[in-house]
Ligand binder design. Structure first.
Ligand code: FMN
Length: 332
């Protein structure tokens, strides 16, 4: 029988932390306080760079270092217009692990990070892409299923895990994300070959998270069924699915799509402008909810496991609960 220690030893070694639990980068939420708290509690915090300019990222990295001497990572969105400069900041600050999200990273970006000794972690949406990413030199992969909060793909975590872990887990460490809220689930994925896990939703209501009290309250109140993907109403106007707790903004977004598409059909708006209006609807919406606490008009990005978030509690308690559940499950 394997111990938890053995099951996630590869992940722990790769991340350089006590528990192979990554705090998934969450825009606006995963800043210095939450990231440092996760790393200080033995997990692995990851700063969400999101749309930050390079100067702000540099400050955030330095501020996080002031709060923890433990390792942490930085999550960069590959379509950020200043990606090269952001990678240069990671290089300057000698960031040990860079997570590349929001698309497939170029070979050049991967090489640039590896050239200064940084480890590259990339999201993998399908087996064939995982193989390609490993050939391009990524050091580890994250499988993120559609149960997750925020931008999601179409496939569930359990299916991605079955498709990818048996084939690729010998090659590089793989971390599983999406819908994980308990230790038993962590053990299941580790037993299937994962090296560790990544959790987002479970950490939003941590006492150290700077998310507005209204945002946390919405999480504590919500059930799994309230965290739904955004809906596209017309095949000609694609909407990238984002899983969030349904609120007034969800309904307004449907109305907006109908209104803009009708304007396009009547010749009032060209297709490109209509698509842009739809895309711009959510601009700044996560900030509005997380920072300003506007839970009606902002975006309440959350995963399906939001139903298992029942109170505000310190990160250390969340992590020790997960570890306790995992150990208990292993002992049965
Ligand atoms: C509020 C919120 C914001 C997020 N922002 C990002 C982001 O900026 N970049 C990213 O790669 N993933 C982002 N994610 C996904 C998380 O990093 C993580 O992979 C996901 O939350 C894991 O699934 P779970 O929510 O079921 O735990 C976000 C998730 C949430 C809930």
């Amino acid at each position: 029988m394997s111990s938890l220690e053995q099951l996630w030893s590869r992940g722990k070694e790769f991340l350089g932390c006590e528990y192979a639990i990554m705090g998934g980068a969450m825009s606006w939420v995963s800043e210095r306080h939450l990231v440092a708290a996760i790393s200080n509690a033995g997990g692995f915090g990851v700063i969400a760079c999101s749309s930050m300019p390079p100067e702000l990222l540099e400050k955030e990295i330095q501020a996080t270092r002031a709060l923890t001497d433990k390792p942490f990572g930085v999550n960069l969105i590959v379509m950020h217009p200043q990606l090269e400069e952001l990678v240069a900041v990671c290089k300057k600050e000698n960031v040990s692990h860079v997570v590349l999200a929001g698309g497939l990273p170029s070979k050049q970006t991967i090489e640039e990070i590896k050239s200064y000794g940084g480890k590259v972690i990339s999201f993998v949406p399908a087996l064939v892409i995982g193989k390609k990413l490993i050939r391009s030199g990524v050091d580890a992969l994250v499988i993120e299923g559609m149960e997750a909060g925020g931008h999601i793909g179409p496939v569930s975590t359990s299916v991605l895990a079955q498709e990818i872990l048996p084939v690729l887990s010998q090659e590089v460490p793989i971390f599983v994300a999406g819908g994980i809220a308990r230790g038993e689930t962590i053990v299941s994925y580790l037993k299937m070959g994962a090296s560790g896990v990544q959790l987002g939703t479970r950490f939003v209501c941590a006492s150290e998270s700077i998310a507005h009290p209204n945002f946390k309250k919405a999480f504590i109140k919500a059930a799994a069924r309230n965290a739904m993907p955004s809906v596209q109403i017309d095949p000609d106007f694609p909407v990238i699915p984002v899983r969030a707790i349904e609120n007034k903004a969800t309904d307004d977004f449907m109305r907006k799509q109908h209104e803009v598409i009708a304007k396009h059909r009547s010749g009032e708006l060209d297709k490109e402008s209509a698509q842009l209006e739809i895309e711009h609807f959510w601009a700044g919406a996560l900030r509005k909810a997380v920072i300003d606490g506007d839970v009606e008009n902002g975006s309440l990005m959350a995963g399906q496991c939001v139903g298992m978030v029942t109170k505000e509690e310190p990160v250390a308690d969340i992590i020790s609960q997960l570890v306790e559940e995992a150990n208990h499950f292993l002992a049965i």
